[in-house]
Design a protein around this ligand. Sequence first.
Ligand code: FAD
Length: 389
Amino acid sequence: MRTQVVIVGGGPSGLLLSQLLLKSGIESIVLERKTKDYVLSRIRAGILEQGMLNLMREAGVGDRMDAEGFVHDGTLIAANNETFRIDFVQRTGTPVMVYGQTEVTRDLYEAREKAGGKIVFNTDGVVIHDAKTDAPYVTYTVDGTEHRIDCDFVAGCDGFHGVSRKTIPDSVRSEYEKIYPFGWLGVLSETPPVDDELIYANSPRGFALCSMRNANLSRYYVQCPLTDHVDDWTDAAFWDELKRRIPEEAADKLITGPTIEKSIAPLRSFVTEPMQWGRLFLCGDAAHIVPPTGAKGLNTAASDIHYLYHALKEHYLEGSDEGIDGYSQKALLRIWKAERFSWWMTNLLHRFPDQSDFDLKMQQAQIAFLRDSDAAQTVMAENYVGLPY
Ligand SMILES: Cc1cc2nc3c(=O)[nH]c(=O)nc-3n(C[C@H](O)[C@H](O)[C@H](O)COP(=O)(O)OP(=O)(O)OC[C@H]3O[C@@H](n4cnc5c(N)ncnc54)[C@H](O)[C@@H]3O)c2cc1C
């Protein structure tokens, strides 16, 4: 087989890129290791920045998102028995949207199928060959049969555990990582959200987040030790712990119910450099991870896709390789800023096992500064709604 761009990974990054390329008449084939149902069942991100919303619209898949997504003009921060609000629209003129990653992925799969886009599921043993030449190719097997696709470019959209990043030799690649000494226990429950907006809570018992997916689907998290197992947490224990960490007023009106999903995610900051090696480009989680505190995971994937899509468009439609050559540098500049924001929010809101009294005082002073300073609120809002592409 031959195509212009082979996309390894059929998560949100890969699907969005393939759909955008189609709009510009550029051919691609997506290789996905799992089944479509498996990808659609992964409960992950839920807050979309304006840049991601615009890309979805540009890809022709924004209608359901615009009809069903919830626009959020601000968010609540709770600490030291008080709650204050950061007004995104007042500070930046821009809101964010609550629309789950599962919905994003569903819309993208539907659009790919409608357009006859080629997605190969259940691929095994993907290998990217000759990425440093003008004629790369990708091999893989499905049901034991080997296949080969020749192409012009390879987009590595295969997440943190994929093969694309590891294709770049160790001698070329630098990795930067911070592992946090706690995780997030998250639940999904078919109950109305406790508030119209998200509540980020810093409590002496640890961080908690009240989030949502829609009017009758809530997503709640509590910080937990990495040694905890999901089975240790009954629903009753989870609700009890959440209520102790959020403001009393919210705890009183919290509607609880059976959880329909429960998982523990470790928190990590990770960046690999460069994000490009010859004709192989890394996008999304394949190149970087953030702790979910700043809601940046899916949104940073989207900014990579924006840069790569425009670079490929310039290559094929305008005969310019400026975007291709500058992809890694451009993408990383924005990624590091998002990494900084996610790291800052994580430090601001969590309890760390080795936190001294001085560290706690610093955390409290930072929260008080955020509460009292217009400038600090603007900085936070600017980062939360997403820095420009
Ligand atoms: C548990 C969890 C919770 C999260 N919660 C949030 C959140 O609340 N907010 C937020 O903003 N972000 C969150 N994130 C991050 C966000 O979901 C990711 O940033 C986003 O999924 C990145 O999309 P992606 O397409 O780059 O990678 P992925 O979604 O990981 O997609 C990669 C795809 O590649 C496939 N693949 C892997 N290896 C191969 C291979 N060798 N060959 C072919 N296919 C392959 C995988 O099956 C997968 O479908 C969370 C992530 C996790 C893991």
